[in-house]
Write a protein that binds this ligand. Structure first.
Ligand code: SF4
Ligand code: SF4
Length: 327
């Protein structure tokens, strides 16, 4: 039986999702019996022209990780979309933006200024910004364009499925690939993880606060906390109520609160807003105490949108109308 073609690709991400494929371990052998990898820049020496030569839809499934931050990311994503029957947003950054998406709290020129002009590690004489085209004696060098903001994969091309997680757990990856390639694939647009909140499967759920009980908000290093009790009940921010289940409570089991890498459950579009409304309902403070309590949350926007800013209603910082800054 002819094997199906598959592609893997890495855009704006840390590379952990590529590791998640390797984490499949011996299961990779069973996948290799059905899938023929035709593009995987991290592991194999294929070129883009190899993909360009394929027929439209010839690749059975492309797993693309990372957000879309440069013109090169966008070009590869569009090419794989054209050549693939199914495209999977693989991992948090492709699915909802991820940590690289926090850069959307800054405008593009503010990012460049910080990195290339103000960074103390760059000597004054080297303070040049990269440009898309640079003339040198031998000709013209080109770099991909840096986009005004980071976008999720689904904001750039139609995505068939998402496998969430930073990085996606191997069992979810294996099950997801098997379901996608089965005779009855999931409904298009599906997120291939349970459609419930993480709290539902958390061993600490019985101690989750009900009603207004929180009088204090602390950070994990500021308190000796009870490893059996719900983080929220101890005044420690845990995004479990606003996060999709399916990771196996990786952070909770390591005695750390959830930061939301699986994105929101169901049809929620704004994970941060969903968490905030839940938090407001369990805080026990009058108007005067409320300000101090909220001030105790260091970097609230970064905390509530740690992984999901580009896919939220905010999306990021907006340029003032009429601004003359370059984009
Ligand atoms: S808020 Fe966090 S610790 Fe509490 S039940 Fe939910 S996931 Fe578990
Ligand atoms: S506990 Fe939360 S942040 Fe940690 S892996 Fe699970 S979903 Fe991601």
């Amino acid at each position: 039986m002819a094997r199906l073609k598959a592609a893997f690709c890495w855009c704006a991400s840390c590379g952990g999702c590529e590791e998640a494929v390797i984490d499949l371990g011996e299961d990779l052998f069973s996948i290799a019996e059905t899938l023929d990898v035709v593009f995987w820049p991290l592991a194999m020496d294929f070129k883009l022209r190899d993909v360009e030569r394929l027929g439209d839809g010839e690749i059975a499934v492309s797993l693309i990780n990372g957000g879309i931050r440069t013109s090169e990311h966008e070009h590869v994503a569009r090419l794989l979309r054209k050549k693939s029957r199914y495209v999977v947003a693989f991992g948090t950054c492709a699915h909802i933006g991820g940590v690289p998406g926090l850069a959307n709290f800054l405008l593009r020129d503010e990012i460049f200024e910080q990195i290339y002009q103000r960074s103390p590690s760059v000597p004054k004489k080297d303070r040049n910004e990269p440009s898309a085209l640079t003339r040198v004696a031998q000709g013209t060098l080109s770099l991909p364009e840096f986009s005004p903001s980071l976008r999720t994969l689904g904001q750039v091309i139609p995505v068939d499925f998402s496998i969430p997680g930073c990085a996606p757990p191997p069992e979810l990856v294996l099950e997801g690939i098997e379901r996608i390639l089965s005779a009855q694939p999931p409904e298009r647009g599906a997120v291939l993880a349970p459609d419930t909140a993480l709290c539902n499967s958390c061993a600490r759920n019985a101690t989750r606060p009900v009603g207004a009980t929180i009088r204090d908000i602390k950070r994990v290093h500021e308190v000796l906390f009870d490893p059996e009790r719900c983080f929220l009940d101890q005044g420690i921010i845990c995004l479990g109520p606003a996060t999709r289940d399916g990771c196996g409570q990786r952070c909770i089991n390591a005695n750390m609160p959830c930061r939301g890498c699986f994105g929101p459950p169901g049809r929620e579009v704004d994970q941060g807003a969903r968490f905030l409304s839940g938090l407001a309902s369990i805080i026990d403070a009058g108007e005067d105490d409320m300000v101090g309590l909220i001030d105790a949350i260091v970097d609230p926007a970064g905390m509530f949108y740690y992984y999901s800013l580009p896919s939220s209603l905010l999306r990021g910082k907006r340029r003032a109308r009429g601004s003359t800054h370059r984009r």
